[in-house]
Design a binder for this molecule. Structure first.
Ligand code: MN
Length: 567
């Protein structure tokens, strides 16, 4: 573990970056010096591995430094202010962002909650680099998951498979997404994993040997056509995706042709198609298995040519053909884009502007935009990769890690009512990120909120001035009404809006009488569209009122019913 390993990966590190990474390295090592991971290794190893991954993705110096420091707030008690003083605003901001993401917990396996959480991750992060650090962090945590208690393993594996892997995929990082899926798979499906291991392992080795022969034949033929691939590798299909495929094919391994595929990386798009043609001259293609993802990229932006042919010994074999650029994008997605964005600053970029220009059209960025339908400053986003799609929404977190979605400007009272009316009614104060705040405090995305309650407490009319959501307003009013009801109200006035018909009033009255409730007064004020019946009845029990309303709604012609308690 050496800071040089990090710097080696940084493209042309300037003195400023090198210095920053050096200092972050030493600072983090010292901050974590007495801590150990569950595996028994020094805690700092985890920080280093996280930073190493970020450097492999060719991210900038600040991100790598923040990767080294990503756990010092949460696990070493270093304050944001201290970080800011030592490393500046940008690094401190990134570390704080990662710390906030750490407060989110995903428990129930519901698609809607998963989607909310993924959106929230983006909202809180404000800067995609925060997500990238979190993904690198999660990758290393998954690699060392076996050292945790089984119950934690399950939760983290589930979160990885439902939240982080799809997020990585949508950010165009298919390789990372697959790796995360594969790391989670044995923990989520231990029996299935065992089955795959038993049935596939030998086949994998056999296939590897076979593909080396195929590769030889192919390279020789390409040479005759003056094509020299930049790289050819054989890639075994991931266990997790193999399992999904087997489920679709009655667990029949013979049906899976891309158990191991040969991936050919060439210099230009023209060469991609040329190689495809040559492969088809060598071996006949399987009908329906040629896929041109260059002309028609996948929704996440993936580009490549795929084909399956009857290869040596007549065995169906899959080939994937792409340029280096497509390869990098397929592997690193948004991280690759970040690298381009960095390159923009350089002279090389200015020279080759034309080549980079179409990067703006990267399909997965469009996909991401599509996904983030909410207010999107698209130009801003493309320039800086800052996330500000949700500037009108706040995502706050309960102590249990649940996400609560609120409008900007919302207060702890809004939050309390969003959880439960009772919590709202009984609210006497709030802690935000462990600090007591006034009730008119404006919540920020990522705030961890604890509502302090007192059983006998009732809502206050002054809250109506503070709250932002109509839900809270409605519930405060209801709560206030309950207080005054208790004192005096003994009658209810129903306001029934209906379609006019003969016998309407008679039917409505009958329903009320059958409920053994006395009608005190009936009023039919003139109305332009629908008749409105105002009926005052001697009832003040909420349950009875609600039951009655359900019955009244069944009366033919009744459209809408409101009620209020009156004295
Ligand atoms: Mn960590």
């Amino acid at each position: 573990m050496d800071v040089k390993d990090l710097l080696k990966l940084v493209e042309k590190p300037n003195d400023k970056d090198a210095n920053l990474i050096h200092r972050a390295f030493e600072f983090s090592r010292k901050a974590h010096q007495n801590q150990k991971r569950k595996s028994g290794e020094p805690y700092f190893n985890h920080c280093f591995e996280t930073a190493l991954k970020l450097a492999e993705w060719r991210l900038d110096g600040s991100t790598i430094a923040a990767g080294l420091l990503h756990d010092v707030i949460e696990d070493a008690g270093i304050s944001f202010e201290k970080l800011k003083k030592e490393f500046g605003e940008e690094v401190a901001f990134l570390v704080e962002g990662v710390t906030k993401l750490g407060h989110l917990k995903y428990r129930s396996r519901q698609e809607q909650q998963a989607e909310n959480l993924r959106k929230m991750l983006l909202a809180i992060s404000k800067d995609l680099r925060v997500i990238l650090i979190k993904l690198a962090d999660r990758l290393h945590n998954m690699k060392t998951l076996k050292f945790l208690a089984p119950i934690k393993q399950k939760r983290i594996a589930l979160e990885t498979s439902d939240i982080y892997a799809p997020l990585a995929y949508r950010l165009g990082m298919a390789n990372l997404a697959g790796e995360l899926e594969d790391l989670a798979f044995p923990f989520l499906y231990p029996l299935e994993y065992k089955w795959i291991l038993e049935h596939v392992k030998d086949r994998y080795e056999e296939r590897q040997k076979y593909l080396r022969k195929v590769e030889e034949t192919l390279v020789n033929t390409l040479k005759e056509h003056n094509i020299f691939p930049l790289k050819i590798d054989s890639r075994a299909k991931r266990y997790s995706s193999l399992y999904k495929k087997l489920l679709r094919n009655d667990m029949n391994l013979e049906q899976v042709y891309d158990l191991i595929a040969l991936r050919i990386v060439v210099k230009t798009v023209e060469e991609c198609y040329a190689v495809l043609g040559i492969i088809h001259q060598l071996w006949p293609p399987l009908p329906g298995r040629i896929k041109d993802y260059i002309a028609l990229p996948k929704p996440n932006g993936y580009r490549s040519l795929h084909t399956t042919v009857f290869c040596l010994d007549n065995k169906p074999t899959e080939f994937q053909i792409r340029t280096l650029e497509m390869h990098e994008e397929a592997e690193n997605g948004i991280a690759a884009y970040w690298a381009y964005a960095q390159a923009k600053e350089t002279k090389e970029y200015q020279k080759e502007k034309a080549i980079f220009a179409d990067k703006k059209e990267l399909a997965w960025i469009n996909q991401l935009k599509e996904w983030q339908k909410e207010a999107l400053g698209s130009k801003e986003f493309l320039q800086s990769l800052k996330i500000d799609f949700f500037k009108d929404r706040i995502f706050a977190i309960t102590p249990e890690g649940e996400v609560v979605d609120l409008p900007a400007g919302a207060t702890p009272i809004d939050f309390a009512y969003a959880i439960h009316s009772e919590i709202g009614d009984q609210c006497i104060g709030a802690k935000v990120n462990s600090k007591i705040v006034p009730l008119d405090y404006q919540l920020q995305s990522g705030d961890l909120i604890e509502i302090l309650i007192q059983k006998s407490k009732r809502p206050s009319a002054s809250w109506l001035e503070i709250v932002k959501t109509s839900q809270a307003k409605r519930k405060i009013k209801a709560g206030l009404r309950k207080i005054s009801d208790k004192k005096s109200a003994n009658q209810t006035e129903f306001k029934i809006i209906a379609v006019d018909r003969v016998g309407l009033l008679k039917d409505v009255s009958a329903v009320i009488s059958r409920a053994h409730i006395n009608i005190v007064k009936v009023d039919v004020p003139p109305s332009r569209n629908f008749p409105i019946l105002k009926i005052r009845a001697a009832v003040n029990d909420k349950e009875k009122i609600e039951k009655l309303i359900l019955k009244l709604k069944k009366v033919e012609g009744v459209k809408e019913i409101n009620y209020k308690l009156v004295v």
